[in-house]
Write a protein that binds this ligand. Structure first.
Ligand SMILES: Cc1cc2nc3c(=O)[nH]c(=O)nc-3n(C[C@H](O)[C@H](O)[C@H](O)COP(=O)(O)O)c2cc1C
Length: 180
């Protein structure tokens, strides 16, 4: 398949996830184009499948991905597609956090009008060593409240790469023949 991946990122982890997706899909024999949503990504026209994702920051995704979705809404709604949402909430042991992340994703999709075939939630990363003073303080406070990792001298990555690989395998195999 000819696949387009468009991502939004604030601290770079969603880029790492998107590049991993690119590598896995290429390894599966697909032709992949990957673009940061801020870098004038190509139109989804002519692609057989599209994956668009971003990370949650204070309950919101990057505006670059909503702008991209809104600009190409008609094509996206006719193309086999998935939305991937990167957040800390899905790494949490607290069920309420997972429900909240799902709600943020559903509200976002409803607002844009995009109806992807799949929505995948992916646990992100805490990059304490890269945050400025206030971000570090904020993220440590949130992590503490949720029983997460609070040692700010190191970074933590919660992404389950095997689960992501399995998601991609499923996504590629489920494409209905009726969708162009
Ligand atoms: C300032 C800030 C705010 C965040 N707010 C949320 C949030 O509201 N909910 C959540 O689940 N994760 C939140 N996160 C966690 C990010 O979603 C997570 O670190 C993700 O890996 C970031 O991906 P990125 O590097 O691609 O931007 C926040 C992170 C930062 C730094």
């Amino acid at each position: 398949m000819k696949i387009l991946i468009v991502y939004g990122t604030s601290e770079g982890h969603t880029r790492k996830i998107a590049r991993f997706m690119e590598e896995v899909l290429q390894g599966g024999g697909h032709s992949v184009v990957i673009a940061d949503a801020t870098d004038d990504p190509p139109s989804p026209d002519g692609f057989e499948a599209v994956l668009i994702g971003g990370s949650i920051h204070v309950h919101k995704y990057q505006s670059s991905i909503s702008n991209y979705i809104l600009s190409h809404l008609d094509t996206l709604n006719k193309t086999y597609s998935a939305f991937f949402s990167v957040s800390m909430a899905v790494a949490s042991k607290i069920e309420k956090e997972h429900v909240e992340a799902q709600k943020i994703a559903l509200d976002f999709l409803e607002k844009t009008g995009w109806v992807p075939n799949e929505v995948q939630h992916i646990a992100g990363a805490l990059k304490y060593t890269e945050y400025d003073y206030f971000k570090k303080l904020l993220m440590r406070m949130i992590a503490k409240r949720e029983g997460g990792d609070t040692d700010t001298s190191q970074d933590y990555e919660y992404t389950d790469w095997d689960e992501l690989r399995a998601f991609l395998r499923g996504f590629c195999s489920k494409k209905p023949k009726s969708i162009a």
